[in-house]
Design a protein around this ligand. Sequence first.
Ligand code: NDP
Length: 603
Amino acid sequence: PASPERKRFTPDELGFDPDDLRRKYRAERDRRLRPDGAAQYRRAAGEFGYYATDPYTDRVERAGVRDRVEAVVVGAGFGGLLTAARLREAGVQEIRMVDEAGDFGGTWYWNRYPGIHCDIESYEYLPLLEEVGYVPKWRYAPGEEIRQHAIAVARHYDLYRDTLFHTRVTELRWDEDASGWQVRTDRGDEFRARYVVVSSGTLTQPKLPGIPGIETFRGHTFHTSRWDYGYTGGSPDGGLDRLADKKVGVVGTGATGIQVIPHLGRDAGQLYVFQRTPSSVDVRGNRPTDPAWAASLQPGWQRERMDNFLTIVTGGHADADLVGDGWTSTGRLQRQMLSGIVDTGLPVEDREYFDEIADFRKMNEIRARVDEVVTDPATAELLKPWYRYMCKRPTFSDFYLQTFNRPNVTLVDTADFGGITRMTENAVVVGDREYEVDCVVFATGFEVGISGILSGTLPVYGRDGTPLLQSWSQGPKTLHGFYSHGFPNLFHLGSLQNATAVNFAHILQEQATHIGAVVAEARKRDARYVEPTAGAQEAWVATVRANARDTSAFLTECTPGYYNNEGKPRPAGNSFAPGPIVFHDLLRRWRTDGGMDDVLVGA
Ligand code: NDP
């Protein structure tokens, strides 16, 4: 318990009563908790599989591939692209990328909904800008510009050559005699590779709400990550002219919904926004890149800006805030969730107290903005988020809240019903009210961590045919998250036992750089295997565990969502809690201080 002399603000000093807010937050959480938790969702598979098919590129039949390459990279999003680029720089000639999409870009391939933008500043989000010689045209780049940049990176590093699109890797099997991996795919391919890199992403598979009667709806439906421009007209820039005479329903008000809804509001005859939990919507301030600024950039500028942003959003000190946006201004709050508590010298309960007060202030600002923008007081009340800032992905928009002032836009709150009650042939029902609609757009997000090694959808058999998940039955075992003993020459990208931060493109870049450096050294030493010693792996698992920060108390108080496993938070995070700044420094020192000796075998 806090000793009496510790500073505690009175409600008069604060202008609000923290106890009132705590009670309100809890009540808003409680009315949204569902006993079925994450089981409420449906996979876009089986009878709902058409929700996940590729609307952008035709699938072309082809013969199975049977050959040998030096490296296979599973996943052609930014993680895969960055690693392939670094492998190229390390001298690797045959690099085969494999992806279920029809082209490069990962999430930016799939998501092309109207209004799509990156909500992190593009100058530090788009990777390899200096390498490719590009400066984004907008501060927050539209999705198509980002997708084109992914293609430019692929061309720059000559990565189209051996790549297989519309292909899913179905099995990785280590072949000791050949000192390499046997790779099988759903297109009948069976090829070999010395190295395998898995970068299959986390939010990849669209999910649908398990609304009773969803299959009986006769109108048009699709998921935001497979936008049907044939039906709506227009493009990612908007202009959805075929919706002018349509009644449209949109389900979901997360980071995607916030970007889509202004366009639907502008172009649909009538729009119903079915909201369960409102997002926090902060100021955006997008603007075209100033050509004079772009021309003034000196070599190394992107690295400097990325480092500056990462430092600030993880609660570190930087002399100047080069980015100065909504993310950096709330860096203090980010720090709590994303990088653990930085040592301020205060007792833990004091730091938590001050963090909470700062959080209340921030959220009060966000709620006040709703009142400033939204003219109808009842609608404004429904749009206010009552939870702590990092309970949900923060969002930013200068158009979203304004949309609710349009006469053709109706906000329908579903919180008391756990979401939409049911769907009929021609309507969405909430409680006992029916909303007749021609079309329903699902902005309902993605399954978390469904792809890749951890989920079991990509079976991996290492030395002696041991399944990777079996060897991890007591918990994941890696060195730095990248590789595991018994699974030579296999690299994994992601936040598992590695770092995480809001600019995940930065995290992926550090991971790619590290893998590139290890492979370069393996080639130099002519090492047969890249494989951590059991000792080095054990030490890292112990380090992650010793530093683990249990965020479940924080997450339990949050309204449900994918951040807290729909109200049932998992006990401790999987990533290295001291955060990316500490972790990247640790990796740099590891590379120069003899760490390679722990992973390069058979030189
Ligand atoms: P989310 O999972 O964040 O949002 C899904 C939405 O659907 C929520 O508002 C949810 O409500 C709602 N929902 C689900 N089921 C129902 C139901 N039965 N009835 C009513 N509403 C329902 O998905 P998003 O696609 O918005 O975002 C996913 C992630 O993708 C983001 O968190 C972010 O990481 C990333 N992203 C990044 C962008 C960028 O610019 N960098 C842009 C867009 C997305 P509830 O909250 O109550 O569950």
